[in-house]
Design a protein around this ligand. Structure first.
Ligand SMILES: [Zn+2]
Length: 452
């Protein structure tokens, strides 16, 4: 875990709980005899563990530390305060509200969900250490047991090394990346830290590091997420996945990169990171024939909506998020199958003029999506229809036009919550969305070349 700049994942939606660390933290009961000194210094044993982990990470990766890494211990209160400040700096309260509104429009969250409160609770439950790229330092929870912290430093020093060479803030900038890209980048960042820490600690104890860590981690984390009493056990699945995906699928992705190209291959990945969770879930779509997502330019719907409407979100819903969205209605396996043909979903959420809470129309969700084939488009449309129908209905006054979903060839368009009057005009505008190449697709620089 790490406290990256966008602690919540990315720009739009995912209030990610990136700040969390993971596995290490497992369950950390608080120690009676906390390891940190009162002055915020690490005790000798922890400092030595930190130095040893840093040396091992630098050697394994063939990348030296370029400057010393600060490290300190902090109390639970300091931890919570710092994280709260970072969250509010990166995501002003108004932005937090827009993100929650947008996630609710898709059905990921109930309306009015307090993302910030949940985030802070999950953080308190799960995190015992993080790397702060602004300060370039590791911060460890004073109340955590020493053996847990020793594993945590093995993970967090990797983030320090990554940051010194690749700049973590730029990788996950919410204003430069879509949510889907940010999840993909987080997977690389967390996958590497998880794999290096795990193999480092196996070496110390003389165990053999087995391949398949990413898959084992998913089972472990899912089990953990069912533990009664933990915040993660009762949060909506998307928030849970913010915590699981970067570690589990990220580690599997990094294992695959290393298997094919060794650690130097991973350095190249940092300079040219996966552009989507699709590429993380299917490494061959990154490493063999690069499958860049399709993007869309959705026309400005503002002039068609009632005066005072505002665009609360414009983002990309990735393959992994689609799986999370569909799974409750169709089951995990069918959701994965329906999401597999993903080639890009661009969406906007418009908010009606403010009324007293609970009154007035809800948000308008419009999306344009591309699929690998007409069959894939039809499979998604069928599964999505079920997911939407399963969502609890929210009474609106005035009632919006019925939701609309339509497949056109390998494209699927959706419009929900539209006011009855301009619904037809909104639809006509939406289906004129222009399909464009991903900015990093080489074809985007050469208008003559188009991906097949
Ligand atoms: Zn991490």
């Amino acid at each position: 875990m790490t406290v990256h700049r966008s602690r919540f994942t990315v720009h739009g939606s995912q209030f990610t709980i990136r700040a969390v660390t993971l596995l290490a933290l497992a369950g950390a009961a608080l120690a009676d005899d906390p390891p940190g000194g009162a002055a915020g210094l690490l005790d000798a044993r922890l400092a030595a563990a930190c130095d040893a982990a840093a040396r091992a990470a630098a050697e394994t990766r063939g990348l030296p530390f370029l400057r010393p890494v600060g490290r300190r211990v902090a109390s639970r209160e300091e931890f919570a305060r710092h994280v709260g400040e970072v969250v509010d700096r990166d995501f002003p309260r108004e932005r937090q509200r827009e993100i929650a509104l947008s996630l609710a429009a898709w059905g990921f969250l109930p309306e009015g969900y307090d993302l910030r409160a949940t985030y802070m609770e999950m953080f308190a439950d799960e995190v015992v250490g993080y790397y702060d790229p602004r300060e370039g330092e590791l911060v460890l929870l004073r109340e955590a047991p020493a053996d847990v912290l020793e594993r945590v430093v093995g993970h967090e020093v990797v983030h320090a090394l990554q940051d010194q060479h690749f700049g973590l803030e730029g990788l996950v900038r919410p204003d430069r990346n879509t949510d889907d890209e940010a999840w993909a980048h987080a997977a690389v960042v967390e996958g590497e830290a998880t794999l290096l820490e795990s193999e480092g600690s196996a070496r110390r104890t003389g165990e053999r590091a087995e391949p398949g860590l990413g898959a084992r981690l998913r089972r472990l984390l899912e089990e953990r997420a069912r533990t009664v009493g933990r915040t993660i056990a009762r949060v909506p699945p998307l928030l849970r996945e913010n915590l699981i995906f970067p570690y589990a699928e990220g580690t599997a992705f990094v294992e695959e990169v290393r298997r094919r190209f060794g650690w130097p291959g991973l350095t190249l990945v940092f300079w040219d990171p996966p552009a989507s969770t699709e590429q993380v879930l299917h490494p061959e779509r990154y490493m063999e024939r690069r499958d860049f997502p399709t993007r869309f330019r959705i026309p400005d719907l503002g002039p068609l909506l009632p005066p005072g409407s505002r665009r609360a979100e414009a983002n990309v819903l990735g393959e992994h998020a689609v799986k999370v969205l569909l799974a409750p209605a169709v089951g995990a396996e069918a959701a994965a199958a329906a999401a597999d043909g993903w080639d890009g979903i661009e969406f906007v959420v418009w908010e009606a003029p403010r009324r007293p809470p609970g009154a007035g129309p809800g948000p308008v969700l419009a999306f344009a999506s591309a699929w690998d084939s007409e069959g894939d488009a039809a499979a998604f449309a069928a599964a999505y229809e079920k997911a939407r129908a399963a969502r609890p209905a929210v009474p609106r006054d005035p009632a919006p036009a019925p939701p609309r979903l339509e497949r056109r060839g390998d494209l699927v368009f959706g419009l929900e919550g539209a006011p009855a009057d301009p619904a037809e005009a909104l639809w006509e505008a939406l289906v004129r969305s222009e399909r464009v190449l991903h900015p990093r697709d080489p074809g985007a620089r050469d208008p003559g070349a188009r991906r097949g």
